[in-house]
Design a protein around this ligand. Structure first.
Ligand code: HEM
Length: 219
């Protein structure tokens, strides 16, 4: 263990914000009681709630342990731990992604369904590329694919963090419409927040590659 900071300080705020948003998101599911679910549970598909829980907890653990992979000290001094966490992370992404496709089919909005499908495809593809590049010992490419993959994981947090901004923009841009209810505003906002989160995270992750001073580490 060196005295060098594990995560650059500017990233600590990002870690805290994303973990906070993720913990806030999963809280109603911790009692394992479908009556607390924010997602409307299908009465005709008995596996809906168990699959939603599987999705939520596997994706949440992936999001939490994913940060560990970016610790330079861990990668350098304990590469076997980096490999073990990496395998667990990618397995959780596969479980979270596949269950995400199924629960996504029960979302009542086509726009949200398409956002989930896009996320799953990007999640599984970047995860697969991250795995195969590591197996081929192409660590430069591995680093890039895993940053892309984790950027998709973090959409779950970013989408929630941008929601207040989306609400504000909606209210400013639609001042002429009479305000009916918070639910009516949220209905519009929740159609777009995942897309906004995805675009923001893709831009940030690609910017990390082209801005040498912003590189997080070398393998
Ligand atoms: C990145 C790929 C992901 C995809 C494609 C995805 C997909 C989905 C889908 C389809 C739903 C059901 C939404 C609905 O029916 O309205 C859902 C709900 C949920 N997911 Fe994910 N998810 C992903 C990542 C994550 C991550 C990383 C977390 C970690 C916290 C997470 C936590 C949740 C939670 C808490 C819910 C319940 C939503 C609510 O209460 O409003 N998901 N997800």
């Amino acid at each position: 263990m060196t005295k060098r900071s594990q995560i650059p300080k500017r990233w600590l705020i990002v870690v805290i914000l994303t973990l906070g948003a993720a913990i806030f998101a999963i809280t109603p599911y911790v009692p394992l009681d479908s009556s607390y679910s924010r997602v409307t549970i299908s009465t005709s598909f008995t596996l809906h709630y168990p699959l939603l829980l599987t999705h939520i907890f596997s994706s949440f653990i992936a999001l939490v342990i994913g940060w560990l992979q970016f610790l330079p000290t861990l990668r350098k001094t304990r590469p076997h731990i980096h490999r073990i966490i990496g395998r667990i992370y990618l397995s959780l992404v596969a479980i979270g992604g596949i269950t995400g496709i199924v629960v996504g089919m029960y979302t009542d909005s086509y726009i949200r369904q398409m956002s989930f499908l896009t996320l799953v495809l990007l999640w599984l593809y970047t995860g697969w590329k991250g795995y195969t590049t590591a197996r081929n010992r192409n660590f430069n490419a591995h680093r890039k694919w895993m940053i892309r993959n984790y950027a998709v994981t973090l959409v779950a947090a970013t989408a929630r963090l941008v929601t207040p901004i989306c609400i504000l923009i909606y209210l400013v841009a639609n001042q002429t419409e009479p305000f009916t209810s918070v639910e009516a505003v949220l209905k519009h906002v929740l159609e777009v927040n995942i897309w906004v989160g995805l675009v923001v995270n893709i831009v940030i992750s690609e910017w990390l590659f082209i801005s040498p001073s912003k590189n997080t580490h070398n393998h």
